[in-house]
Design a protein around this ligand. Structure first.
Ligand SMILES: C[S@@+](CC[C@H](N)C(=O)[O-])C[C@H]1O[C@@H](n2cnc3c(N)ncnc32)[C@H](O)[C@@H]1O
Length: 268
């Protein structure tokens, strides 16, 4: 019988379900005093990935750091959808990019893409600049920092904007609630406050035939969809049961009848 691994036992006692895997990853990340420090922080309840300095996402190891949103497996659905039907040399923008995992995965699969990303949180932007060409990662509120030259040229706009209703943040797992910035989680009263602003601004930036993909929850999908529908986009919802992912896709067909409605035309 092999002796118990004290690190595994310590992690297990702290409630880590995959204690053996975590022990191996923590040992890979650090040794000596540095290992003891990250183990102590993990045992105290910090999420694993920021302690390792990376998270696995869509087959990539993306840089992450304490405080910023750790990319979730469910968001890999957005990558799969993003890669469907992209034209040659596409322009791709990830709003609310966090560490830029979705943009980085699209860029890895499509080296011909001109990929931009933006986020309002300086800590997230600093990390995203390690996962993407730094000059393509911008800081500011939604569309605010994008170069004006991108207007009307974006083939794909993808956003996992915060969508947790404010009152429900208190019920999230502690690893998110206590260790990720509130700006990454808080979607306002019904969860769609930031999504609504993504939707209302999209027409100015999309190329004809361009798509918007927004992550949402199963429960909120119709609300998110209606935000894109109001902008005259053709909307569909995709659900991935295995990864527990839900996304709304809106495609802008400028020849549609709704485009003729002046209420749907963004003023210059
Ligand atoms: C749920 S996290 C998603 C991050 C990343 N897209 C991902 O999937 O890993 C939402 C992100 O939106 C950013 N955010 C929230 N409000 C924003 C705003 N008004 N403008 C730009 N970014 C915003 C947060 O800082 C956070 O990084």
């Amino acid at each position: 019988m092999t002796a118990a691994d004290p690190l595994v036992e310590r992690l297990r006692a702290a409630g880590c379900v995959f204690a053996e895997d975590e022990a191996a990853l923590l040992r890979e990340a650090a040794s000596g005093d540095a290992l003891e420090e990250i183990v102590a922080r993990r045992v105290a309840g910090e999420p694993l990935e920021p302690l390792l300095g990376w998270a696995e996402f869509a087959g990539l190891r993306v840089a992450v750091a304490p405080g910023v949103f750790v990319p979730r497996v469910r968001s890999e659905l957005l990558v799969d959808l993003a890669l469907e039907g992209l034209p040659d040399d596409p322009v791709v923008v990830e709003l609310c990019c966090g560490v830029g995992a979705i943009a980085a995965a699209v860029r890895a699969a499509r080296p011909d893409a001109e990929v931009w990303a933006a986020d309002v949180d300086p800590d997230a932007v600093a990390v995203a600049r390690r996962n993407l060409p730094p000059e393509r990662v911008l800081i500011g509120d939604l569309y605010g920092p994008l170069p004006r030259a991108l207007r009307g040229r974006v083939d794909l706009l993808v956003a996992n904007a915060p969508y947790v209703p404010s009152d429900e943040i208190a019920f999230m797992p502690a690893e998110a609630r206590d260790h990720e910035h509130r700006v990454a989680l808080d979607g306002g009263a019904d969860g769609t406050a930031v999504q609504a602003r993504v939707a209302s601004g999209c027409r100015e930036w999309l190329a004809p035939g361009g798509r918007v993909i927004i992550e949402t929850s199963e429960r909120q999908a119709s609300l998110t969809g209606s935000l894109l529908d109001e902008q005259g986009l053709a909307v569909r919802v995709e659900r991935d049961e295995e990864r527990d992912g839900t996304a709304v896709i809106g495609t802008w067909h400028p020849t549609s009848a709704r485009e003729a409605d002046p209420a749907h035309v963004t003023p210059d």
